[in-house]
Ligand binder design. Structure first.
Ligand code: HAM
Length: 410
C-alpha cells in the first residue's frame, strides 16, 4: 500500500473543513486590511532562498527540497512564502512605483525537517506581505490583523515581540555579542560555536538548556538600539497597549530567517505542545534591495495552518441541502433534471438507485440533508413530489414544479 511520504499528510473531512473555514476567515480579514490575493510558484531558483532566507539558516542549510531539473537548473520547493512574493514585486517592477502594495497568499511550503507533532515536511501557511510602508504604525496594524484573525477563530495566543535593530545599530551590537560569545565558547554547543562566525544572533535562540544558562548574561539587542529603532519599538509597545493587545518582550526572539530587521514577533499557543509558534513575522526593509530591487521597506507574517487547525472548533454543523430519491426507475431522469436546476441554488445529493421510502430517509439522514424529496409512482403520475423537512419532522406532497421553484439556499 502506498502511503504519503514521511512528514506529509492528506487533509480530508474534518481537517479539510477547518482548512476551508480558516482560509475564509483569514482571507476576509486580510482583504479588509487592504491585502490582495497572490499566487507565486511552488518551485523557484534555489538562489532566491539562499539570498533571502539566508545561507546560514537551518532552512537553507539543512531543510531544502533542492534538485537539478531536466534543464540543469538548480531549483527547490519553496520553504516559505515571502521570498517568492518579493521576487514577484521586483520582477514586476512594482519597486519602481511610489505606491504601497499589499499581498496575501496561502499554500504548501516544504522543509525537510525531523517530523513531530505540529512539525511537517509539507505544511501550509497563510501569509501577508506589505511593501512601501515604513511607519511603525504598519507594524502595529499587521500584528492587529493577526490577532483579529485569531480572535475571530476563538484561538487564544501569547504575543512575543522584539526589535532586531537596523544597519546602524545591529553591527555594533553584533560585535558586542560576538565578544561575549567568544568568552563562553567552551561551554556552548557545537551549533552555537559554528554560529558565532556565521550568524551570532541565532545563538540567542538556542534551545539547548546549558547554552541558555550561559546566555543569561548576554548583551540584549533591545538595550543596544539606535535612537530611531528605540523610538519605534517604544511606539509599537504604546500602540499595542492603547489597543489592548497583550504582548511580552522576548529579548531572545531572533526568528529563524535572516532577512529581518527592527520589529520581529511570534504568536505562541500553549495548547499544542512543543511546536507552539502559530504565526511569525516582522520587518524586512533590506530584502528588496538585497534581491536587486529599489530599496523598499516591507513587513509581513505567516500563520502555520496545521498548528491552527488543532485549535479551531468548527461551528456546529447544521443539516443542509436536499436529498433526491425515487422509488421507481422511471423517476430518475426527472430527478436529474430537477437537480440540475436546484444545484444553482442549493446542495443536492441524488440517489440514482430506486429504493423504498424508509431507505431513502435513512440515506438523507446519513448525508445530513435538511430535506428528503422522493418521487413515488403516484407522485410521478400526478406531477407531485413527497418532501420531508428532517429538522421540523414535517412532511407533505406538493406540486413538483412549485417544489423546484421553492428551492433556496438555507
Ligand atoms: P516562519 O516562522 O518560518 O516564518 O513560519 C511561520 C509559521 O509557519 C510558524 O510560526 C509555524 O506556525 C509554521 N511552520 C513553520 N515550519 C513548520 C513546519 N515544519 N510544520 C508546520 N508548521 C510550520 C516564515 O516562514 C516567514 N516567511 C514569515 C514572514 C512573512 N515573515 C515576513 N513575512
Amino acid at each position: 500500500m502506498i502511503k504519503p511520504l514521511r512528514g506529509m499528510r492528506d487533509l480530508a473531512f474534518e481537517d479539510a473543513k477547518k482548512f476551508e473555514y480558516f482560509i475564509k476567515v483569514a482571507s476576509n480579514s486580510a482583504k479588509n486590511y487592504g491585502y490582495e490575493y497572490i499566487e507565486t510558484p511552488l518551485l523557484e531558483e534555489t538562489n532566491l532562498f539562499k539570498r533571502s532566507v539566508g545561507n546560514s539558516s537551518d532552512i537553507v542549510n539543512k531543510e531544502m527540497y533542492q534538485f537539478i531539473d531536466k534543464g540543469g537548473n538548480d531549483v527547490c520547493l519553496r520553504p516559505e512564502g515571502t521570498a517568492g512574493v518579493v521576487r514577484f514585486f521586483i520582477s514586476s517592477k512594482l519597486d519602481r512605483q511610489q505606491q504601497k502594495y499589499k499581498f496575501f497568499y496561502y499554500g504548501s511550503m516544504f522543509r525537510y525537517e525531523r517530523p513531530q507533532k505540529g512539525r511537517f515536511r509539507e505544511f501550509h501557511q497563510f501569509g501577508c506581505e506589505s511593501f512601501g510602508e515604513d511607519s511603525v504604525y504598519e507594524d502595529y496594524t499587521i500584528i492587529e490583523l493577526i490577532s483579529s484573525i485569531f480572535d475571530k477563530l476563538n484561538i487564544g495566543y501569547n504575543l512575543e515581540i522584539n526589535s532586531l535593530g537596523c544597519e546602524k545599530c545591529m553591527p555594533k551590537y553584533r560585535d558586542k555579542l560576538v565578544n561575549f560569545l567568544e568568552s563562553k565558547k567552551e561551554n556552548l554547543c557545537e551549533d552555537c560555536n559554528k554560529r558565532i562566525t556565521t550568524n551570532p544572533i541565532r545563538v540567542l535562540d538556542c534551545k539547548n538548556e546549558s547554552c541558555k544558562e550561559q546566555l543569561v548574561e548576554a548583551p540584549k539587542i533591545t538595550d543596544n538600539l539606535c535612537e530611531s529603532c528605540s523610538n519605534d519599538f517604544t511606539k509599537l509597545k504604546e500602540v499595542l497597549e492603547q489597543n489592548k493587545i497583550n504582548y511580552k518582550v522576548n529579548k531572545n526572539l531572533v526568528r529563524g530567517l535572516d532577512y529581518y530587521n527592527k520589529t520581529a514577533f511570534e504568536f505562541i499557543s500553549n495548547e499544542i505542545g512543543a511546536q507552539n509558534a502559530i504565526a511569525g513575522g516582522g520587518r524586512y526593509d533590506k530584502l528588496v534591495s538585497f534581491l536587486d530591487g529599489k530599496p523598499t521597506p516591507a513587513i509581513g507574517f505567516a500563520i502555520g495552518i496545521e498548528r491552527v487547525l488543532e485549535l479551531i472548533n468548527l461551528p456546529e454543523s447544521k443539516r443542509e441541502g436536499y436529498y433526491f430519491g425515487t422509488m421507481d426507475s422511471k423517476g430518475v431522469s426527472k430527478m436529474l433534471e430537477a437537480a440540475k436546476k436546484a444545484r444553482d441554488k442549493a446542495k443536492v445529493f441524488v440517489e440514482y438507485e430506486p429504493k423504498k421510502l424508509k431507505a431513502h430517509l435513512k440515506n438523507a439522514d446519513k448525508y445530513n440533508a435538511k430535506y428528503c424529496a422522493v418521487l413515488g409512482e403516484d407522485e410521478l403520475q400526478n406531477g407531485t413530489i413527497w418532501v420531508k423537512d428532517l429538522d421540523e419532522k414535517s412532511q407533505e406532497v406538493v406540486d413538483f414544479n412549485d417544489f423546484i421553484k421553492s428551492i433556496r439556499l438555507d
